[in-house]
Design a protein around this ligand. Structure first.
Ligand code: G
Ligand code: G
Ligand code: MN
Ligand code: NA
Length: 250
């Protein structure tokens, strides 16, 4: 496939870019960090969204090299920010199937010099579904490095509750589908309310994703959600834009 060859070449021709979507304290709107989101600056197309190439990268095994690149780029940029800010990076479930994940993360930290507590790894429930026992062991080893772990897209998978209790997560991110439906659907609002309460009962930092309106943010604050992310607050942006936002918050 053409795209696979392009992807392989892109890694060597430095065509990937990392964007950052800011993460805010819900109440004060202070910037607390940012989520790294990879983009592909394909020479003959527009900036490609990861939705169009992450699965291919996973299927071809290129995800390891790509993820190493994202980890380093994210850590390197974070070094230039205020040292209280956290950078989060998405990991694929396939990365947990190889024992070298801990070493890969450790190397990225060592080579860039970023303090481990400033890196957060976002993991989806798929990780636990593949092999729950080895995933648990891997997460404990990652925690031992000093990084933070959060469960991403929370609420879309299976038996999330048990995972949250047994696995060493620091935070959970409520999937944006619930946030989007909150205004129209009483049950979505009840689910969001329950997720926040449960997260707090387990001492987790709760982040709402995909906030697109002021009403959603207001309601989430009433429901005591800790952190907020979404187009209403800020879109994913270039590293330079993010640095400017830090220097000159609204
Ligand atoms: O940025 P965007 O909304 O287009 O991202 C689409 C999806 O790609 C999201 O689910 C996001 O988690 C995922 N994604 C973005 N960057 C990375 C990355 O560096 N690694 C992995 N594994 N997934 C990513
Ligand atoms: O799966 P993950 O949570 O990592 O996905 C992050 C993706 O969500 C990114 O591709 C980002 O562009 C997208 N995203 C972030 N905020 C919003 C939002 O407010 N609305 C929508 N529709 N997508 C968002
Ligand atoms: Mn994410
Ligand atoms: Na998510």
């Amino acid at each position: 496939r053409q795209l696979e060859m392009d992807l392989r070449q892109a890694l060597h021709q430095d065509e990937f870019r990392v964007f950052f979507q800011p993460r805010f304290d819900a109440r004060s709107r202070k910037v607390l960090g940012a989520e790294a989101l990879v983009r592909w600056a394909h020479p003959s197309r527009d900036l490609l969204s990861p939705a169009s190439f992450i699965v291919l990268a996973e299927d071809t095994g290129l995800i390891f090299e790509l993820s190493d690149w994202v980890l380093r780029a994210a850590c390197r940029h974070a070094l230039a920010w205020d040292d209280a800010l956290i950078v989060s990076v998405n990991l694929s479930a396939v990365e947990f199937q190889r024992a070298d994940l801990v070493e890969r993360v450790q190397n990225a930290l060592k080579e860039t010099g970023l303090a481990a507590h400033r890196l957060e790894l976002e993991i989806t429930e798929n990780v636990m579904l593949e092999d729950a026992v080895s995933a648990l062991r891997m997460m404990h080893r990652l925690k031992a490095l000093g990084v933070r772990l959060s469960m991403d897209d929370f609420g879309t998978g299976y038996s999330s509750l048990g995972y949250l209790r047994r696995y060493p997560f620091d935070g959970l991110k409520i999937d944006r589908s619930f946030i989007m439906e909150m205004e129209q659907s009483q049950s979505s609002q009840a689910i969001v309310d329950a997720i926040i309460s449960m997260g707090h009962a387990l001492s987790l930092t709760v982040t709402a994703e995909g906030i697109e309106t002021a009403e959603q943010l207001d309601r989430l604050i009433e429901l005591t959600c800790d952190q907020a992310q979404g187009f209403y607050l800020a879109r994913p942006m270039s590293p330079a834009h993010f640095t400017r936002l830090l220097e000159d918050p609204f």
